[in-house]
Write a protein that binds this ligand. Structure first.
Ligand code: NAY
Length: 291
């Protein structure tokens, strides 16, 4: 199966008491399924996965799969710092209608490269589904070299890489050296540049509120319209700058609530609510139809 395309990294809506809000989750999934995107990346950083219990993560995967339409490609993020927990999540996702799994490199404890490779092989085996390796040096703390990424891409069952890094030279090298693999751009701020460097698509949090713009950026790059792609990326980045200022996850939930897609904007602590100053900035962008 070809996984290339654009995927929204889904959010997990919570009630004030931090329990998962099922209605909001279903509504957000439905909204994303009607957005023209190719699929959903479920249960990743954007979904506050590492603030949730394993049971809650499995529940989120289930609720999303139930609410999604059949035309969407579903990727379940099952990454954790413990192989055992990742295997539990992978086994659960393996029994659900997800086409692939993905896992961020384990963080916090230093992990040797041979341990990392074994981690991925064990998780793939637990799911029995194709794996998308998730490289995110800034948050995961593991700075993989191009050679190491190539080795990970050669593990049995690995079909793709989610490259959340601003290193566009590495993006070009990895896509050139692995033409048969799918490589996703992970930072929305550089979707146009990532695609120029060879990425076959993107996975992003801000796609939840600017799907059409991301689709248009990809179309502009694929039709060699660099000027149009730059203009659209600049528009996207005005919004992304405001979200980064507000806190990306609380900011996205705030916008989705203002637009009536979800009713509750709460995050899991320690993530906070958006300040009045950032609300004003986001309100102005909503009023100007930027999102
Ligand atoms: C995930 O696992 O949910 C993602 O990685 C989605 C990709 C996002 N990265 C992170 C770390 O949240 O969309 C990006 C990111 O929010 C965006 O580029 C703004 O910085």
């Amino acid at each position: 199966m070809n996984f290339s395309g654009l995927y929204a990294a889904t959010l997990t809506p919570f009630n004030l008491d931090e329990t998962i809000n099922h209605d909001d989750l279903a509504s957000l999934v439905k909204f994303n399924c009607e957005s023209g995107l190719d699929g959903l990346y479920v249960g990743g950083s954007t979904a506050e996965a590492f603030l949730c219990s394993t049971e809650e993560r499995i529940q989120t995967l289930e609720l999303t799969a139930e609410a999604a339409t059949a035309d969407m490609t579903l990727i379940a993020h099952v990454g954790d710092i413990s192989t055992k927990k990742s295997e539990i999540l992978a086994r659960a996702a393996g029994a659900m209608p997800y086409q692939a799994i993905s896992a961020v490199t384990p963080f916090y404890y230093p992990v040797a490269f041979n341990e990392l490779k074994k981690h991925y092989s064990d998780v793939i085996q637990a799911a029995g589904k194709p794996m998308i390796v998730y490289n995110f040096p800034a948050f995961a703390g593991m700075n993989l070299s191009g050679e190491q990424i190539n080795e990970l891409l050669n593990i049995d069952g690995v079909v793709a890489l989610k490259q959340t890094s601003a290193n566009l030279y590495q993006m070009e090298q990895v896509t050139r050296q692995n033409p048969e693999k799918t490589v996703f751009n992970g930072f929305d701020e550089i979707l146009a540049s990532g695609l120029v460097a060879g990425a076959n698509g993107g996975i992003g949090s801000t796609y939840n509120i600017q799907a059409q713009r991301m689709i248009d950026i990809q179309a502009a790059i694929f039709t060699n319209n660099a000027q149009q792609a730059t203009a659209l990326q600049r528009e996207a980045n005005v919004l992304i700058d405001a979200l980064v200022g507000a806190g990306v996850i609380p900011g996205l939930k705030y916008v989705l609530k203002q637009k009536g897609i979800i009713q509750n904007e709460h995050c899991r602590r320690p993530l906070n609510v958006v300040t009045d100053e950032h609300k004003a900035t986001l309100n102005a962008l909503i009023e100007a139809n930027v999102c």
